[in-house]
Design a protein around this ligand. Sequence first.
Ligand SMILES: [Zn+2]
Length: 346
Amino acid sequence: MDAFYFDGKSSRRQPVRLTAGNDGLLVAGETVTRAVATADIRASEPQGRAPRTLRFADDGGFCEVEQGAELDALLAALGLRDSAVVRLQSRWRWVFGALVVTAAVLFAAYRWGLPWGAKVVAPHVPIATMNVISEQALQQLDGFIFQPSALPEARRRKLTDAFHALAAEEPELAPYGDHLTLVFRAAPKLGPNAFALPGGQVVLLDELVEMPGIDDDEILAVLMHELGHLAQRHGIRQLIQSSVVGAFSAAWFGDISAAAAAVSTAMLSSGYSRDMEREADAYAAATFRRKGLSPAPLADALEKLEAFYDAKNRRPDREGKDGDFLDWLSSHPDTAERVQRLRAAN
Ligand SMILES: [Zn+2]
């Protein structure tokens, strides 16, 4: 077949004719005639439609050849096809290894790097901005699952006063200022629940206030747990994490609208990690103790909520999934452990 020959010393190229011989390749041109042993030939990997090079290990000369059936036949005649397959296999091994390493790095970045980064950044996120976003989330929830609270005004006032008394003089809650509010709603479809929006709104559902067997100390303990999520900026951290994931997938897949959707979905459904639940419990327990109160009502409330959802068989099948902003709705497979921890600290 036709090819171009380079002697490896000058850039001069000359047309040559390649022929497979008994012991190797015959290169014949105007000023070059040589035989190269098969063992000394290194064929480049095919890349697109670019010409391939056959390098001659003995003196650094090489040929450029067009890809195609003619070259395949030549390589086959030289017995070079096998080695090409072997090289290809070893290349796939490298590709696979690189994929595994890349996946491991990405996983580590997602699993540890991202939460760490979010924790570092969260204290610097302006609460006022988060409050605006949370207000929009609340309006969305009002549109599809919430109803106005039916609690009497006096009852709401009493709970609101107690809520602010809990939050008073807590340095970690001070940045929320006036944005820290107790919001009353009803949601028959959700059942007993309370949750904190990242901007400082703690939503308390009528169904929790009116849950049979629950008393005010237990309701306030649940609210203290929610304040724990706020004090440690769990919602903001979750939002940062899902935004980064959304931005990355947008960059990766080139879809901005998916990233935007990820942010709003995260507001409502992204989970608090179990570590965050434990932190919120620990915060509530420590704060109660500092105020000379017992954290036992939180353990009691946890057990009662668990029993309620078990009895109603209304716990969504979410074993193994972390909780979410609708904090007490989700099944907490580790409720027993959390209760035990709270009682031990008592
Ligand atoms: Zn929680």
